[in-house]
Ligand binder design. Structure first.
Ligand code: PGA
Length: 254
């Protein structure tokens, strides 16, 4: 049953898709489908180069603008990187620790902890991705693995701010193999229990989302679980009518 007191969050991760013109086109179409829906928190994370040019569109909308990654340093000799400081006037959220960045750009829990802290320092809400590989899942070691990720990222973070954690099992990403909603509910409920044992986070406002092949057909099977506070959507967020349908579905729960 849906928890009526739960406010749901939907994050669109566009990854490295869309030049400025197609980003603008997609934003305009998505807004035309569901800008009027205020009951769902909606965050779009376009490619970094499109964030500032899109800012004016978002300013007077019901959507928030987020980044897909940031550098943990304030400034300095980090060729090709972008700091929180450079984006903080434009974004309210930023994804950190996505499995594609861990796999392709050698990010680890230590970098992700620093990125999370850098965002919290500027009152930007971090959307911290965690998730296990298929090997760990098959060995039934997911909980142990996720607890290590959570501990290494959060045990020294002291905050009362909002934190979003996105549970994205690596094997479910890519619009092929969505995880079983009951399994996700079990993982998220156990992860929330584990996080509540971390003393310095006891006053943080925590939300936990699921990500991995979410679409308009399966979204309610996740959002209707008691502990799942929303979803992080990749592929399906690149299609305006599909993404709009997802928002409409969870706002009406049908
Ligand atoms: P997907 O991507 O929805 O295409 O599976 C999710 C993600 O990688 O964040």
């Amino acid at each position: 049953m849906i928890n009526k007191n739960k406010s749901l969050t939907v994050v669109a991760n566009w990854k490295m898709n869309n030049d400025f013109n197609s980003s603008l086109d997609l934003v305009i179409k998505i807004f035309s489908y569901c800008n009027m829906i205020k009951s769902v928190e909606k965050i779009i994370c376009p490619p970094l180069v499109n964030i500032i040019p899109l800012y004016d569109q978002f300013k007077n909308s019901s959507f928030s603008l987020g980044a897909q990654n940031i550098n943990e340093n304030k400034n300095g000799p980090y060729t090709g990187e972008t700091s929180v400081n450079m984006l903080k006037n434009y974004i309210s959220h930023a994804i950190v620790g996505h499995s594609e960045r861990r796999a392709g750009f050698h990010e680890n829990n230590y970098n992700i902890k620093l990125k999370t802290q850098a965002l919290l320092d500027e009152n930007i809400v971090p959307i911290v991705c965690i998730g296990e590989s298929i090997e760990i899942y098959e060995r039934k070691k997911s909980i142990d693995f996720l607890n290590v990720q959570i501990r290494e990222i959060f045990s020294e973070i002291n905050t009362t701010n909002e934190i979003i954690i996105a549970y994205e099992p690596i094997w479910s990403i890519g619009n092929k193999n969505p995880a079983d909603p009951k399994y996700v509910e079990m993982i998220i409920s156990k992860s929330k229990d584990y996080i509540s044992s971390i003393k310095n986070l006891k006053d943080a406002k925590l939300k936990m989302l699921y990500g991995g092949s979410v679409n308009s057909k399966n979204i309610l099977s996740y959002t209707n679980q008691k502990n799942i506070d929303g979803v992080l959507v990749g592929s399906a967020s690149l299609n305006a009518s599909e993404f709009g349908k997802m928002i409409l579905k969870i706002s009406s729960n049908e």
